[in-house]
Design a protein around this ligand. Structure first.
Ligand code: CA
Length: 332
């Protein structure tokens, strides 16, 4: 084969891997044609591609989800849970969305071509493992620095000479601030039991909660944690897992902003008279739990400055466990 032919063949092969981009940014190439369709038309019931690739039943099983309508997926990020478009979901980083979306769908959008879900190959990062600091995206530090920082974080969260494995000492308790885990509330409860503890509950005198907040603040913790509280029913209300009832309002519940303002009422303990507070001023803040409830499980989240809030039990957060032993063993 002559040099010229080989060069032409190489060029042809190279060209066959060069994909033309669709004219508009919210479009994607159909599987078997040069046609482009809008991403929001995927799995909407109409054969927009002509080859039916945008309505492929396997693809649509992954694309459609019960959490959100249409072309949306639930994104759990920074303590929030929102239905956003697939494009937005896949485009977010630092931190990325956590949620039910198969990463191959994001790869498909990145590849800008509808493909058989099983044939999609996830791209692996080829760049050096530099980690950007969440607080300052422009700052990078090396893998060695990251390992050192990570070891320090482990010491402050799941390692201490006075405590069993996977626990650190906070106040007079051994607490597992298992920030590397990401579990539902029930999984967190089972995890804590598996490592010889229970989900963290706030003591009546708040002493362990105050020590925990101080520890989180001192060590700049930013994750969200499940703790051992849940809504039982309308007559029992909120309860700790040790069956003490959880007092609503101050001091542990977070405040939440509401778009609609409402007056607050106070009842005089002496005369049993109920009246609107402060001449009926309309307030935009309510103290969690919200009405209707966001969820039946209790979490302390970075968003709420680690005050307690009601959260959907199936969402994933880190388990916060505590050993039943009140007094950690003393150092040798
Ligand atoms: Ca369609």
């Amino acid at each position: 084969m002559s040099f010229l032919i080989r060069t032409l063949l190489l060029l042809l092969v190279a060209c066959s891997f060069t994909r033309a981009t669709c004219p508009e940014s919210d479009q994607i190439h159909c599987k078997n044609s040069d046609r482009c369709t809008r991403i929001r038309y995927i799995c909407d019931g109409d054969n927009d591609c002509g080859d039916n690739s945008d309505e492929d039943s396997t693809l649509c099983r992954y694309w459609r989800n019960s959490d959100c309508e249409g072309n949306n997926a639930k994104c759990l990020r920074n303590g929030r849970s929102d239905c956003i478009t697939f494009s937005h979901y896949c485009g977010l980083s630092d931190p990325p969305c956590e949620g039910p979306v198969d990463p191959r769908l994001c790869q498909m959008l990145k590849d800008e071509k509808i493909q058989d879900i099983d044939s999609i190959v996830l791209e692996t990062p080829t760049t050096a493992p530099t980690i950007s600091l969440a607080t300052s995206p422009s700052v990078f530090y090396s893998a060695e620095d990251f390992h050192e920082d990570f070891k320090r974080q482990l010491d402050l969260t799941i390692r201490h000479k006075d405590c069993p494995q996977l626990y650190t000492r906070i106040g007079d308790q051994c607490v597992s601030v298992f920030f590397i885990g990401n579990l539902t509330w029930l999984e967190s409860q089972a995890f804590c039991q598996a490592i010889g503890g229970e989900l963290f509950v706030v003591k009546s005198d708040l002493s362990n909660y105050i020590a925990l907040l101080q520890h989180f603040n001192d060590n700049q913790v930013t994750k969200d944690f499940w703790i051992g509280g849940m809504y039982v029913n309308s007559s029992t209300g909120w309860q700790w897992t040790d069956e003490r009832s959880i007092q609503l309002g101050a001091p542990i519940w977070a405040v939440r902003h509401t778009p609609v303002c409402s007056t607050r009422v106070v009842t005089s303990p002496s005369f049993n008279v109920t009246r609107e507070a402060n001449d009926g001023i309309c307030y935009h803040y309510k103290q969690a739990p919200s009405e209707p409830l966001t969820g039946n499980c209790l979490a302390i989240t970075y968003e709420h400055y680690y005050f307690a809030s009601d959260q959907e039990c199936w969402t994933r957060k880190s388990p916060l466990c505590v050993t039943p032993d009140e007094h950690p063993k003393q150092a040798y």
